[in-house]
Design a protein around this ligand. Structure first.
Ligand SMILES: NC(=O)c1ccc[n+]([C@@H]2O[C@H](COP(=O)([O-])OP(=O)(O)OC[C@H]3O[C@@H](n4cnc5c(N)ncnc54)[C@H](O)[C@@H]3O)[C@@H](O)[C@H]2O)c1
Length: 350
């Protein structure tokens, strides 16, 4: 069954879905657009789609088999439930909504209406993430004990509704939801403890810097740091195990590498070396001849794999990849991040 899409909210991201995300899905068509902004409705009409000024009129169109909800975050819930109740399958943009309680109502609407409901967690198909996950899964690093996932930007200011708390603005909802979704799909086990610190560095009302630490019952600890005003770059990923270390410099998935120490190191007796940190044996650099530099694994796939899976899942040919219970787990982490930042204590989770 080819995707016949109805878009709810024709802003920046909806344009990406239409022009890029759906491009590789055979037979897709965007039938109509509903938006509260008349200019967006006119734009849709000028592009050959039906422009709707009333949501119920678009939902009454029997040709539409999937709705995309791509509005500001605070209205995702009501629009998703309306589309599900009208018998449409729904892709909702991230963050799915602002609380687990609201998400439960969305999941209930999907189950009640027997319609597919998923969330555009497209960063599961990012190059850097696909490489980091392969490195983690391969065991090349031995027992991984720490993972650091970071995004540092320099612009500082968050724009429009993203700067308003009542719209679900702030970096935890905007990017945090992606990075936590990635970690939840990479690291096995339960998340036992969550601690977090939030700051409003350049924006008055919402968090534009946060750092969170997630502890898994397997012993892995994960640090996620996202800041809009950090003027020196740091690597996108840093993974360390008892057999090696991996660094990914940026989102490309090709810059960085894996370093291991060869068996030769065991034969060389440790000696005290004068370093910029002072004389040290433990922190002395490994002799270069004992170091092994391994290439990063290659990756395949991209963001449009999300829609290929949605298409196949609607037809019953594939299992849905971004499952509502996974999204619920991630949103639960977000709630604990806010709780920890407010109380100043680490919070128990699963
Ligand atoms: N997955 C990703 O990588 C990614 C990237 C960017 C944005 N997003 C998400 O996409 C969503 C939209 O973000 P954006 O950047 O496109 O925002 P935007 O402000 O560019 O567009 C939002 C559109 O929704 C319309 N709108 C507002 N309230 C509405 C309502 N009640 N009913 C119908 N239309 C309404 C606005 O008029 C506007 O056209 C957000 O949830 C955001 O978090 C996801």
């Amino acid at each position: 069954m080819a995707i016949k899409l109805g878009i709810i909210g024709y802003g920046g991201m909806a344009h990406w879905h239409r022009e890029s995300g759906l491009k590789n899905v055979p037979g897709f068509e965007v039938i109509g657009v509903y938006d509260v902004d008349p200019a967006k409705i006119e734009e849709a009409r000028s592009q050959g789609m039906i422009g709707y000024s009333k949501l119920e009129d678009m939902l009454a169109n029997p040709d539409i088999n999937l709705c995309l909800v791509a509005t500001p975050n605070q209205v995702h819930k009501e629009l998703t439930i309306a589309a599900l109740n009208a018998g449409k399958n729904v892709v909702c943009e991230k963050p799915v909504t602002l609380t687990v309680k609201d998400l439960d109502e969305m999941i209930a609407a999907s189950e009640r209406n027997h319609k597919l409901f998923t969330v555009h967690q497209n960063r599961r198909w990012d190059a850097d993430y696909l490489v980091a996950k392969q490195v983690f899964d391969s065991g090349v690093l031995g027992d991984v004990f720490t993972i650091q996932s970071r995004l540092h930007g320099t612009g500082g200011i968050m724009h429009g509704w993203r700067a308003l708390p009542e719209c679900g603005g702030g970096m935890v909802y905007d990017w945090g939801v992606h990075f936590i979704d990635q970690i939840c799909n990479m690291v096995p086990g339960k998340i036992t403890d969550i601690s977090a610190d939030l700051h409003s560095v350049k924006n008055l009302l919402v968090d534009d810097y946060f750092m969170t630490q997630l502890k898994f019952d397997t012993g892995v600890q994960v640090m996620i740091e996202i800041g809009t005003f950090l003027l020196k770059p740091t690597p996108r990923w840093y993974l360390a195990g008892n057999a090696g270390t991996c660094q990914l410099d940026d989102f490309s998935g090709v810059k960085g590498g894996i370093t291991k120490v060869s068996k030769l190191a065991e034969l060389i007796p440790p000696v005290i070396v004068n370093t910029p940190a002072g004389p040290t044996r433990t922190f002395a650099p490994q002799p270069p001849e004992t170091l092994e530099q391994l290439p990063l694994p290659s990756f395949s796939g991209g963001w449009s794999d999300f829609y290929k899976n949605v298409d196949a899942a609607i037809e019953g040919k594939e299992e849905l990849i971004v499952k509502p219970w996974q999204v619920r787990r991630v949103l639960g982490v977000l709630e604990k991040i806010f709780e920890s930042a407010k109380t100043g204590h680490s919070v128990k989770y699963e």
